[in-house]
Design a protein around this ligand. Structure first.
Ligand code: ACO
Length: 378
């Protein structure tokens, strides 16, 4: 192997061979296990998609029923985890609370048997089942309330909305959230997935892997952008202010949140689906003035930055959808995490199949043979 040139952000350098998902950034195509995202959003459910990602094939009806039953059974979280969350500052970000809680799960299930399929299955089920409960629990706890217990008769997405709002959701809301979870479930070698695979390559436990990926997803250049989009639309305030706002951002070389992608050089296929979902929600329960601002911003950014391949990414329309579902802004990224657990777990399993610990090299650009300087001479 020849030494390759340093690439900031490892751009263009393959970090794994993977069968989990595929992106064509020029054509705007995304596939999970070879299945186009549009077909999954149209026909699948989040749990079926999670099964497809993690086990590499569509479940038969009875496989899916068993997985659903196992997940329903494991939705509750230990009272000690709830008590631990009560000690978190209420001003803390829910992603930090989620990272800490996911890591704490590992304390309760510390047996690590990575060559035992039943251990792998148990960890997959627990993480898919308990992460939504932990997100909803922190929302109540930080408001001084007791968490709402999960309901066994509700679907994955409906139960999450129920735990959040303590009220059975409108079926359309649950259906739309389920599609959002499908759209966010996996996306090749992004920062958090890379982080999950690096952590997995040390053969640590899956709870540490998910905690590490959650921490990576939290940043504003990754999952955190969906929150910032809503703040940006608020700041713009009116359709008339879109152009002056954009001019000012471009003049100061600031990033426009929800635009641009390392891989996509056209509009993200997930943004197209999310935009349709937002429109469905506005038709069902009233329009949102922020949508008009978003449409104008998309047009203005296409005029100014389109030739450089900067178009809306997945985060641009997801916030508008979540807002209409009544989800607090700082829970947008934790919801992204709920979905992405499926992709991270799929990569965990794949990493274990042909594991070699990650140990890249570096290009040293520091000094050599410097003398030690005693403290009083510094
Ligand atoms: N607004 C304005 N200019 C942009 C944007 C943007 N959103 N995105 C990229 N550019 C410009 C950069 O300023 C840079 O210009 P320059 O060459 O003149 O310096 C050029 O395009 C390349 O940008 P990089 O940041 O180097 O591109 P990279 O591939 O590293 O970054 C990223 C991709 C991080 C997503 C970037 O587009 C960005 O910061 N977007 C805003 C944040 C965002 O929406 N993140 C969510 C991404 S999707 C996800 O993670 C789930």
């Amino acid at each position: 192997m020849t030494a390759c040139e340093f690439q900031p952000g490892l751009e263009g350098i393959p970090a794994a061979q993977s069968k989990v998902s595929f992106v064509d950034g020029q054509a705007g195509k995304l596939e999970y296990r070879g299945v186009p995202i549009e077909a999954l959003a149209e026909n699948s459910s989040f749990l079926e998609t999670a099964y497809l990602l993690i086990w590499g094939k569509f479940p038969r009806a009875d496989d899916l029923e068993i997985l659903q039953a196992e997940i329903t059974h494991h939705r509750r979280i230990k009272y000690r985890i709830r008590d631990m969350m009560k000690c978190f500052p209420e001003s803390g970000h829910p992603m930090d609370a989620l990272q800490a809680s996911a890591a704490a799960l590992g304390l309760f299930y510390s047996r690590r048997a990575l060559d035992d399929p039943s251990y792998i299955r148990g960890a997959v089920v627990r993480l898919l089942a308990k992460i939504p409960t932990m997100v909803a629990a922190f929302e109540h706890i930080r408001n001084g309330n007791d968490p709402v217990s999960p309901r066994d008769d509700l679907s994955y997405a409906a139960n999450f909305l129920y735990m959040l709002h303590e009220q059975e959701p409108d079926p359309l809301f649950a259906h739309i959230l389920d599609i959002c979870l499908i759209l966010h479930a996996e996306h090749t070698m992004n920062a958090s997935t890379f982080s999950a695979r690096v952590t997995a390559s040390t053969l640590t436990d899956p709870y540490a892997i998910i905690a590490s990926a959650v921490g990576t997803l939290a940043g504003p250049l990754h999952g955190g952008a969906n929150e910032e989009v809503i703040m940006m639309l608020d700041e713009i305030g009116t359709v008339e202010n879109v152009h002056p706002y954009l001019e000012e951002k471009l003049a100061t070389k600031s990033k426009i949140m929800g635009f641009g992608h390392r891989v996509y050089k056209v509009k993200d296929p997930r943004a197209k689906i999310l935009q349709k979902l937002a429109e469905q929600l506005f038709a069902h329960s009233g329009s949102d003035p922020a949508y008009e601002i978003a449409l104008e911003l998309e047009k203005a950014v296409a005029e100014k930055l389109g030739e450089r391949g900067i178009y809306p990414n997945v985060d641009f329309y997801s916030g508008l959808v979540y807002q209409k579902l009544g989800i607090p802004t700082d829970l947008f990224t934790p919801i992204f995490a709920i979905a992405r657990v499926a992709g991270w777990l799929a990569h965990w399993r794949e990493q274990l199949e042909t594991n070699r610990i990650y140990r890249p090299s570096q290009v040293y650009i520091g000094d050599h043979k410097l003398p030690y300087i005693p403290p009083d001479q510094r």
